[in-house]
Design a protein around this ligand. Structure first.
Ligand code: TNX
Length: 776
């Protein structure tokens, strides 16, 4: 054999061996399967199915072909294959849709054997979900937009029978506070389908923008869709423009665009539910047509926060109802959805109390309160909506003053509204802030982009249950499902919106789809890691906040010893740490138990996976001081709503964040704070610091003065320092330490008095927030 021949032979052998190698069947275990939401039932069998460039998709109509194309397109991108669509099943190597009328609407069965994949369903919804399941059985790299050289598209032989727990599985996007492009809405539809979610609720109207073209009322978008650009300022720090200032920030969707979106969403089994707010959250409409308000006063489209919302539609004038019926007529021609959402939340009805038209209406209709007038308003709109064969949805405020007879309630202020509505025989969709508000923080505030407030981490979302334990079976039947809400006051970009939605939507999807019995956080937290790598390929800017390490401090009541614990959302997490200025390497100490702290200590920590740190590292300095673990007594104790960590809350080294609901703050409403700290024995001190917060939106103000007194016997005190601070308007959230230094002296008791602003500039009581009293 000459050399060339030898080489060729060797190459041939090598190719044959490597081909045979790829044919060596991969052995799958349950751990290799990480579908979210978890299918209702799955059995793993021996063997596997491998996609090749000859694999065919058997689809008999256009809709099935469209569904198959979700995967065909992916194979095309990753492998350059053009997988064939055929109408007749070949002998082997195919994926086929099989109709079974007996299955429920969105249910499907999914059977993989070594020569084929069968997806059986009643119709397109089930076929789509079968394809989405198939997609998640494939390696995450199937999501790659680039060619993968070593793509090995093998899936395990499985039998899956699957159907949703709830029929309503939604996401609300607020496109009014910030405008999002149509392209982003379509992407969101795809991502909803991937997680087997089936509703996209569009919040199309709010004070700060009207986002839907209405042909009969062109000014709604000419005027109402645009506001004076103050995007550089905090949402609550923007001035309200006058009617004659021209807006430049905003945008709207044309009817054509929305129809296209609806058609697109239909192919992904996603229903688009439009929300046209009324009677409040409509400054943008009133800016366009001032005659819609009680007094017809011209206003500008607000650029940012409006509170309370008093510029609302007049409930007395007939033209308000004419206008709304006209608007809804156009809306219903665009959206074929069964539901029309009319908002109904947060109306401050002070104008209605004064308005002659409203008064007349109340008289003629025999209404005793403005709440009843709102109820009249919504009921009247419901008659119109029902006459078009549609169902009205409203936020839970529509219960106040009497709910419209056929209405479905979206319960956002906790689940109470939903429970009450179900009691009264109404359908409900649960969206409680505690679990479903994706405008809330999902990690420690200092590490996160600015959010509206609140704290709704991934693990919290995962505990969501739309059905409340106290409901009777008949009431529980009224629970249609749940929904996440992404209010966008603080969310200006698509990347930020993605960050707030993912991965929390994955957790929500499982709570709404999978059987309750199968819910298991540890199992989910393993599966979510695979989803993360899918998100990476898909270019989704998901939050890695669940990887963050957080800390807590415990104080032993008896010994007053302080210990620091490190935590992570995931159970049995591999947390490693170093102290002082030591770098965090794989040699860092594995965290197994709380660390004793008796001096100011810097801690660096991270979650590790496969010996590598993942996510943002955690760094904190525990500022140890002489009052740590010492008893505090108050003249008047803190408010029940904000107890911090209780007894040692102000002397446990734990500092609050700008998120006033983070559990570190103790607060007083309309009162001063007067605290006495018993240091236990005469102690030399020279400085007292008070940690405080200001967030004027919800009425939290810095103290107006701080005075420190000391005593050796706890009876007679002497004043040793005072600092005053005048009230100043402040649109941002700020932390501030008030510090008083004095000549070193030996004392046992320290009295700290922080005076509160007590009364807000516009009436009402002011909050005073304190997280720590540091004594040195
Ligand atoms: C309350 S939830 C609102 C929204 C805000 C949201 C901020 C609801 C029906 N109304 O207008 O954007 O809080 O989280």
């Amino acid at each position: 054999m000459n050399v060339l021949k030898k080489v060729l032979l060797l190459v041939l052998i090598a190719v044959t061996v490597s081909c045979q190698k790829t044919k060596v069947t991969k052995v799958f275990t349950e751990k290799d399967i990480s579908i979210i939401p978890k299918p209702a039932a799955l059995q793993l069998q021996e063997g596997s199915f491998e996609f090749t460039e000859n694999t065919q998709f058997v689809a008999t109509d256009a809709a099935q072909k469209e569904i198959a194309s979700i995967l065909i397109d992916k194979f095309n991108e990753t492998s350059g294959w053009s997988l064939e669509l055929v109408e007749q099943a070949p002998a082997k190597d195919f994926v086929q849709f099989v109709v079974d009328e007996k299955l429920a609407d969105e249910a499907y069965t999914f059977v993989v054997t070594s020569d084929k994949v069968l997806i059986t369903a009643k119709g397109n919804a089930g076929f789509l979900y079968g394809i989405e399941t198939l997609r998640q059985l494939l390696p995450a790299s199937i999501e790659s937009a680039k060619r993968i050289s070593s793509g090995e598209w093998v899936i395990p032989n499985v039998t899956i029978t699957d159907q949703p727990r709830y029929k309503y599985r939604g996401l609300m996007l607020d496109v009014a506070r910030h405008f999002f492009k149509m392209d982003y809405l379509k992407k969101t539809v795809d991502r909803l389908a991937m997680l087997k979610m089936n509703v996209l609720h569009l919040h199309l109207v709010d004070d700060q923008g009207w986002r839907i073209e209405i042909k009969k009322y062109p000014k709604l978008t000419e005027v109402g869709a645009w506001r004076v650009d103050q995007e550089d300022k905090h949402w609550d720090g923007r001035y309200t423009p006058t009617a004659d200032e021209k807006g430049t920030y905003g945008g709207f969707y044309t009817q054509e665009e929305l129809k296209e979106l609806v058609a697109y969403a239909t192919t992904k089994n996603v229903e688009i539910i439009p929300e046209i707010e009324m009677p409040a959250h409509v400054s943008s409409a009133i800016a366009a047509y001032p005659e819609l308000s009680c007094f017809g006063t011209p206003i500008g489209v607000p650029s940012g926060g409006v509170w309370p919302i008093t510029d609302i539609y007049c409930a007395g004038k007939e033209n308000t109802f004419e206008f709304l019926e006209d608007v809804l007529t156009e809306v219903m021609a665009i959206f074929p959805s069964k539901y029309i959402h009319v908002g109904g939340d947060e109306a401050t009805k002070t104008n209605w109390e004064k308005c002659p038209h409203c008064k007349k209406r109340m008289q003629s209709e025999g209404l005793k309160s403005v709440d009843q007038l709102q109820s009249y308003f919504i009921k009247r709109m419901e008659v119109f909506i029902n006459s078009k064969g549609k169902i009205l949805i409203g936020w839970d405020e529509i219960l106040e003053g009497g709910i419209a007879p056929e209405a479905t309630v979206m319960s956002w202020r906790g689940v109470a509204g939903g429970v009450e509505a179900a009691k009264q025989g109404h359908d409900v969709i649960m969206t409680p802030g505690s679990h479903c508000y994706f405008d809330h923080y999902q990690g420690p505030q200092n590490e996160e982009p600015l959010a509206w407030g609140g704290y709704t981490p991934l693990s919290m979302v995962y505990t969501f249950d739309p059905t409340v334990d106290t409901m009777t079976p008949a009431e529980a039947k009224h629970v249609l499902g749940g929904q996440a809400n992404v209010w966008s006051e603080q969310i200006k970009t698509e990347a930020h919106s993605e960050y707030m939605i993912f991965p929390r939507l994955a957790a929500l999807s499982e709570t709404l789809w999978s059987p309750k019995e199968s819910r298991n956080w540890e199992d989910f937290s393993n599966r979510i890691v695979t989803l993360f790598s899918r998100f990476d390929y898909m270019g989704i800017n998901y939050a890695k906040s669940a990887y963050l390490v957080t800390h807590d401090v415990q104080i032993d009541m008896k010994t007053q010893e302080v210990s620091l614990s490190l935590k992570n959302e995931f159970p049995n997490a591999d947390i490693r740490y170093t102290l002082g200025d030591k770098k965090l390497t794989e040699q860092a100490t594995k965290y197994t138990q709380p660390l004793k702290i008796d001096k100011t200590t810097t801690v660096h920590a991270s979650l590790f996976k496969n010996d590598q740190p993942v996510g943002v590292p955690f760094n904190t300095t525990i500022e140890f001081h002489k009052a740590v673990g010492k008893k505090v007594t108050f003249k008047e104790t803190y408010d029940d709503q904000y107890k911090g960590e209780g007894e040692f809350g102000l002397t446990n080294t734990l500092r609050g964040t700008k998120n006033f609901t983070d559990g570190h703050w103790q607060a007083w409403l309309g009162k001063d704070m007067e605290a006495v700290i018993d240091l236990g024995a005469a102690t030399a001190i020279q400085e007292v610091t008070l940690g405080t917060l200001e967030n004027q939106g919800p009425g939290i103000y810095f103290p107006t003065s701080l005075t420190v007194f000391v005593s050796t016997d706890g009876k007679t005190y002497k004043e040793i320092g005072v600092e005053k601070r005048d009230f100043a308007k402040n649109p941002s959230f700020d932390l501030k330490d008030f510090k008083i230094s004095f000549e070193k002296q030996s004392v046992r008791y320290v009295k700290v008095v922080a005076t509160s602003l007590k009364t807000l500039p516009n009436g009402g009581k002011a909050w005073l927030f304190v997280d720590e009293i540091l004594i040195n």
